[in-house]
Design a protein around this ligand. Structure first.
Ligand code: ATP
Ligand code: MG
Length: 453
């Protein structure tokens, strides 16, 4: 253990009580506060349920990974690896570590390490925080969250199509309908030889416009010209728009793969746009790539991005196996919900228990436990307070009803059940026996639920 003096020196704090400065959170990393967490939980529950409906099983990998994993997986000449990773040396053993900027490379690492594909393909899903050192703005944070899917060992195009149908179902399950839903943009990055031929044409094109290229593009011209197409620099858009398109280099097999995905979309009535300039910001993609985009969130409109990455597993040291996946940005998805379709969330609390008098508190706690055993969400008032102030707290709590236990109730072995929400016309205030209280409240709430549809 470090002596206190040492710790103070480490955190740059004079060893006096006077310097009690407020410490604030890291820039671009947000707290999720209780008034928002209900919506997050609602979204998480729906998304994970849809994933399970398609046979996906959860995987959880660490937030920290060896830096080499992302450099090799995502590609050295990408925005993420060049400028966005939180990388540091572990002071205790000198290891180079990185806070994960995305999770595909980590899932692939885990799948190889545990030989998960030994008995056939796997469908995996995850949710969790990712870290990128970006300029914080709306929809772009330094810690953000992703839901993700990885289908490993399946060559497609059936699984590619199924994933798009699943994402479409997800929007519906979140009640984002019609033109409020993100729209699908689709492209094919073809196969290696096709990308190489395209790359040659790209380099020639950009070389003939060398004076317009910004510093990033000049640096990437010979290392990773495809990345130039991903540039957000407005001055470069004309030269990007006139660049040769990969679709003109696709062979028959690549075209057939894309056609099959498109056919699935059409069969399921899912609208899409072909975007021949969609390349995605990571190096591992081939064939199918897609993004789901909204116009309702300003510049940060990409809610979901993904595609096929058939060579990544082999590149990371595993036996060759094709794969396809995507990630959804949770903050952007929540922002879209708040913009267009914020759901009415179920009440966080069913019952607030009010009591007065010492012996009543014990009886009240007994009723509270009975209600919880019956599956109700119950908050028991803690501490001394007048009946009036407890009723005020009960009302503010959002609970559907209050259960009151005073001396009078206790001696008669009953509680008073008092409805707190006018809407739905729960019940009249009533006295019921302590033993029946839980069942009666469950029945009343159920009736209300049915009435609300
Ligand atoms: P962008 O083009 O907006 O930078 P990206 O191509 O870097 O996105 P991906 O790596 O494909 O994003 O990540 C998938 C999704 O994760 C994005 O579509 C977005 O919804 C979300 N996302 C990515 N970076 C951030 C961030 N810094 N803050 C919040 N969400 C993010
Ligand atoms: Mg980015």
């Amino acid at each position: 253990m470090l002596p206190v003096m040492c710790i103070n020196a480490l955190v740059g704090r004079p060893n006096t009580m006077a310097a009690q400065q407020k410490i604030v959170g890291v820039k671009g990393m947000n707290d999720l506060l209780p008034d928002q967490s209900g919506l997050w939980e609602w979204v998480e529950a729906r998304v994970s349920e849809v994933f399970r409906q398609y046979g996906y099983r959860a995987i959880r990998t660490p937030i920290l990974e060896p830096t080499a994993l992302f450099v090799r997986g995502i590609g050295e000449v990408t925005d993420i690896v060049e400028k966005e990773m939180y990388t540091f040396t572990d002071a205790l053993n000198g290891e180079q570590l990185t806070l994960r900027p995305e999770n595909t490379a980590a899932v692939v690492r885990s799948v190889i390490e545990h030989n998960l594909l030994y008995d056939g393909p796997k469908r995996l899903w995850y949710v969790g925080p990712m870290f990128r050192h970006e300029r914080p703005q709306r929809g772009r944070y330094r810690q953000f969250h992703q839901f993700g899917i990885e289908a490993l060992g399946m060559p497609g195009p059936d699984i590619d199509g199924e994933q798009l149908v699943m994402i479409h179902r997800l929007w519906q399950s979140l009640r984002i309908d019609g033109d409020q839903a993100p729209r699908l943009e689709l492209n094919s990055l073809g196969m290696l030889a096709e990308r190489q031929a395209h790359r040659k044409a790209l380099i020639e094109h950009f070389q003939s416009h060398a004076s317009i290229l910004d510093a990033d593009a000049q640096r990437r011209l010979l290392t990773n010209p495809l990345r130039i197409l991903d540039s957000k620099n407005p001055a470069m858009q004309p030269v990007i728009q006139s660049a040769p398109l990969l679709k003109d280099f696709l062979g028959d097999a690549s075209r057939a793969h894309l056609d099959a995905v498109v056919e699935t979309l059409e069969r399921h009535g899912i609208a899409y746009t072909m975007n021949p300039r969609l390349v995605r910001g990571l190096d591992y993609y081939n064939l199918t790539v897609f993004e789901w985009v909204t116009d309702r969130l300003g510049a940060q409109g990409t809610i979901c991005g993904g595609g096929r990455y058939d060579s990544l597993i082999e590149q990371m040291g595993g036996a060759p196996a094709p794969a396809c996946g995507f990630a959804i940005g949770v903050e952007r998805l929540i922002a879209l919900l708040q913009e267009v379709a914020a759901p009415e969330l179920p009440a966080a609390l069913d019952v607030y228990v009010v009591h007065w008098g010492e012996a009543s508190e014990r009886a009240a706690m007994q009723v509270a436990e009975q209600c919880r055993s019956a599956g109700l969400r119950v908050q028991m008032h803690c501490g001394e307070a007048s009946l009036k102030s407890q009723m005020k707290k009960a009302d503010q709590s959002g609970a559907q009803c209050a259960v009151l236990m005073g001396e009078d109730e206790r001696t008669q072995g009953v509680v008073t059940v008092k409805p707190l929400r006018a809407e739905g016309g729960l019940i009249q205030q009533d006295r019921v026996s302590m033993a029946d209280a839980a069942a009666v409240i469950c029945g009343l709430l159920k009736r209300r639920e049915n009435k609300d549809g």
